[in-house]
Design a protein around this ligand. Sequence first.
Ligand code: PEP
Ligand code: MN
Length: 339
Amino acid sequence: MDQEEITIVAGPCAVESEEQIRDMGYKISLIKDLAQPYNIGLKLRGGAWKPRTLYYKNGEKIFEGTREEGLTWLAQTAKKYTLPLVTEVMSEMDLRHLIRYLNPDRDYLQIGARTSQAFALLYAVGGTRFNVLLKNPQHGIDIRETIGSLQRFENNGIKVFCTRGQRIIEPRGIQSQTYQEYMKKLLSSTHQHPHARNLNNIEAIAQLKKHPYILNNNILLCHDPSHIWGGKTDLMRRKIGEYAIKAVREFGYDWITVEVNDKSAEAICDADQALLTTTNGVDWSKTNARKEPQIKPITLVDITMNLMEFQAKKIGIEEEEVKKSKKMIETIRWDMRSS
Ligand code: PEP
Ligand code: MN
């Protein structure tokens, strides 16, 4: 069982090149070492397999991952920097590769929004010992469906359920008064924004936490602000950072997962919503913002530092110690290279 109280999963949307994942892994491992005394654990994310909605983009077949090759880069990075991995399994056919390169005592198989009710996949993953991170389906959270999917993982290690936003369903033709009222309430919540990529379902934690299955089976709850807000503007990227912090501090999530990519200008997948590890020494031309943004971004270092302060109060770490840790974490630079 993992010892940490808070888990931060960070890394690019997709594993796109060996250099990309190695550099992100290096910087994330430095942050991990500094956060560890605060009972905060960091894991490296990145999909070698990427389920994409579109099939063609700009007349070309869309990028769907670097697959087996990407997996070898992930595995090398995890080994080199002692990082646990969270990576997507798109179909039961990929499992034979993932099993070869990942460590079931350390790593997590992520099942995404598009496949979280693909039962053949759920059974296949349930047949392994791997830890699992399951996202809510695109249509939203239905507690019966959630439990139904999670129950396929009876024999797996640690199980995490992740809220990642949902589609806005027009309640046309749906007569149920309760449903109409639920949608009305959801849409008028202060946690929504018209420019966001998805409807924010962060508040579902209240229902999830109460459910006996979640309670009795130690299901951990994770929040993914990246796929909720998207990154159409500097404001949406700032919201990702704000809500990563809020998810833990105000909503009581155990885990957060955020997309981080220091060279997001080059990224093929989910480029706009990637956060930076740090702005210290950053070359803005290499980022999705292209130039220094007007709205101050929140980086992975900012999120981690904020949660370190939160933890310090809880576990009684002296202010002097926190100051030292902050100084150390601020030495991490955007242009740092691993050896
Ligand atoms: C992802 O984590 O990059 C991803 C594809 O997520 P989701 O399945 O929630 O869209
Ligand atoms: Mn993504």
